[in-house]
Design a protein around this ligand. Structure first.
Ligand code: PLP
Length: 478
């Protein structure tokens, strides 16, 4: 099969094969083991001289996918913070590939541009972000942090009378960036990518868990005098789901010349339910706010979004033009001028479809189910004599460790690490360990639309069972 043109007639069969296999895969995902089976794709094979054609290639892919895919789209994957794909989002994502629109400019795809404007408007309504803010879809929260912080960098340059996009940062002082110990590594990565220097991020924590020390932050802000500074507020700590006090941090920042960036990769979803909305009170006073779509929105990888209070600053950070790109001016900015990418996947189709399918009520009901499931797990942890909860459950993450009687504190980290390995090897449920306040701990996060009580009930029972096994394995043989 030397030329794709000769494969033309197989397109329908290729799509049917993909649909059939995907349906089978997803039909089993509620009950499948989460852990992938051993891989079988030859990783060392060299580029084939002669192709095998679409149908044979897809058949090989299906076999590999069955073996090597982590069932992270399923209901018992609690590692990191990974959502699945709602039926509407997965269907729309497939159409995105079939339609293959370039979402950079209206002229390249009126459909993608229109749906991105509508989707961002709906997301702003869902999260109570002011309608006048600009927004853009990104590949995830890391790039959404990049967008928000790029806008902050532009604002900061302008405070010094410098257009950093035009002339760079030479001669400017380091940009002061303040946050709590909850700051996520992706925000640090964005800072690094922007040339601002990770080491210029100063964190203010009052304890080893990373909770913000507001007094120390206030002092540091005051020391900055009239210098413009950036404050990163963390709405949803990845270890515990805890929140920086958004309203108080915004108020502190407003005493100075500061840009407030809010990383709400999953925590922004607190705004969806009246039960948790207070956790993000003050959001509308920030300057940039970001979140993820492939987490709690349950849109397949990859998707994130950023909102910026000042549309002009936002556009100033990303605008680019060339003669061949000129088009009739529209009242709306082109998305390639609001994001790092020029050519862009039409991610809006999946966002539009899932919000159209389930609406505000559907998302509120899913989020509230997850909040209740998290409390259910917390109660089970509290009721188990060999488990210790390490943090309040304010949202959807339960931070706890295995702590059986008779094991010394000095041995608990190693024991929990071992239990974490056993959980991943076992694969009935899936979550790894973290280190919280110096303690190795589990931090299952509940965000998948499919997850039910019977799924989360496996968290505690599996840890206790495998914990007992780890202890038995550690006993010297008699
Ligand atoms: C608070 C926070 N910010 C940012 C990210 C990065 O998200 P992504 O991996 O989608 O880029 C995460 C991921 O877990 C997160 O929890």
């Amino acid at each position: 099969m030397p030329d794709p043109l000769e494969d033309h007639a197989n397109l329908g069969a290729a799509l049917r094969l993909a649909a059939r296999e995907a349906e089978t895969y997803l039909a089993g995902i509620d009950d499948d083991r989460v852990r992938p089976r051993v891989g079988r794709v030859e990783s060392t094979s060299s580029l084939p001289e002669d192709g095998v054609g679409s149908l044979a290639a897809l058949a090989e892919l299906v076999a590999a996918a069955d073996d090597e895919s982590t069932r992270s789209a399923g209901p018992r994957f609690f590692h990191f913070v990974i959502g699945g794909g709602t039926p509407a989002a997965v269907g729309a994502d497939w159409l995105t590939a079939a339609l293959d629109q370039n979402a950079g400019m209206t002229i390249s795809s009126p459909l993608a541009s229109r749906l991105e404007h509508i989707s961002l408007g709906w997301l702003k309504e869902l999260f109570h972000v002011p309608a006048a803010w600009s927004g853009v879809l990104t590949t995830g929260a890391t790039m959404a942090n990049f967008v928000g912080l790029a806008a902050a960098r532009r604002w900061w340059g302008l405070q010094h009378g410098v257009d950093v996009e035009a002339v760079g940062m030479s001669g400017l002082p380091p940009m002061a960036i303040l946050s709590s110990g909850y700051v996520h590594v992706s925000a640090l990565k964005a800072v690094a990518m922007l040339g601002l220097g990770r080491e210029n991020v100063r964190t203010f924590s009052r304890d080893s868990a990373g909770r913000v020390d507001l007094d120390a932050m206030r002092d540091a802000l005051r020391e900055c005098g009239s210098e413009p500074v950036v404050v990163i507020v963390n709405a949803g700590d990845v270890n515990t789901g805890d929140f920086d006090p958004l309203g108080e941090m915004v108020a502190l920042a407003r005493e100075q010349k500061a840009w407030v960036h809010v990383d709400g990769a999953f925590g922004l979803f607190a705004a969806v339910s009246p039960k948790t909305r207070a956790l993000v009170d003050g959001l509308e006073l920030a300057d940039s706010v970001i979140s993820d779509g492939h987490k709690w929105l349950n849109v397949p990888y990859d998707l994130g979004f950023a909102f910026v209070r000042d549309p002009v600053v936002h556009a100033g950070a990303f605008s680019a033009s060339a003669a061949y790109l000129s088009a009739k001016a529209t009242s709306q900015p082109e998305f390639m001028n609001l994001s790092p990418e020029m050519s862009r996947r039409a991610r809006s189709l999946a966002v539009w479809a899932t919000l159209r399918a389930y609406g505000r009520d559907g998302y509120r009901s899913m989020v509230e189910r997850h909040l209740a499931l998290a409390q259910r797990v917390a109660a089970q942890v509290d009721g188990a004599p060999d488990l210790e909860r390490l943090a309040d459950v304010r949202l959807n993450v339960i931070c706890f460790r295995y702590r059986p009687e008779g094991v010394a504190e000095s041995e608990l980290n190693e024991l929990n690490r071992r239990v974490g390995e056993l959980v991943l090897e076992d694969g009935r449920v899936y979550f790894g360990t973290t280190v919280y306040g110096g303690k190795v701990a589990f931090r299952p996060a509940i965000v998948n639309w499919r997850t039910r009580e019977e799924d989360v009930d496996l968290i505690v029972s599996t840890v206790r069972e495998l914990g007992a096994r780890a202890i038995a394995q550690a006993q010297p043989a008699r």
